[in-house]
Design a protein around this ligand. Sequence first.
Ligand SMILES: [Zn+2]
Length: 153
Amino acid sequence: MKEEHELFHAFLIQQGQRFTAVRQKILDVVLQSSGPFTAQSLLPHIRIGNSGVDRASLYRNLKLLKQAGLIEELPEGDPSGAKCFILPRRTGRKYVLFCPGCHSEESFSDEQFDHAVLHLCRRFHLNPDSVLVKVEARHLRDGHPAEKEETPQ
Ligand SMILES: [Zn+2]
């Protein structure tokens, strides 16, 4: 939850916008959703003090959340044809780190990386479930895992 707030905040700053109390509340309500949601279904739950948020503002903010990669729009909409959104699936996607120095391979998962991958997939029209990312990088000097001695050239 905290991470989503940081991501949205960073996105808004980049857009020259502020992370207002209304936006924080909208994000909180969105993050609590357990399935697909629409602006209509969120509206009654977004209250700041005694007042709600107006529909136009909610639409704008859902668009921003989508641009930030924090929600995804279902292409088919809901049964009435309204825009329908979901939280990105937590896939536990794995990535591979490879060091050409000691030839060690290590798999890792990273949520920030997931966001970047999903962003790239949207941008280049790729299937996120088919992505394999291999990061090739040398360990820092003396940083190779101790059990794997580098063979002298
Ligand atoms: Zn290494």
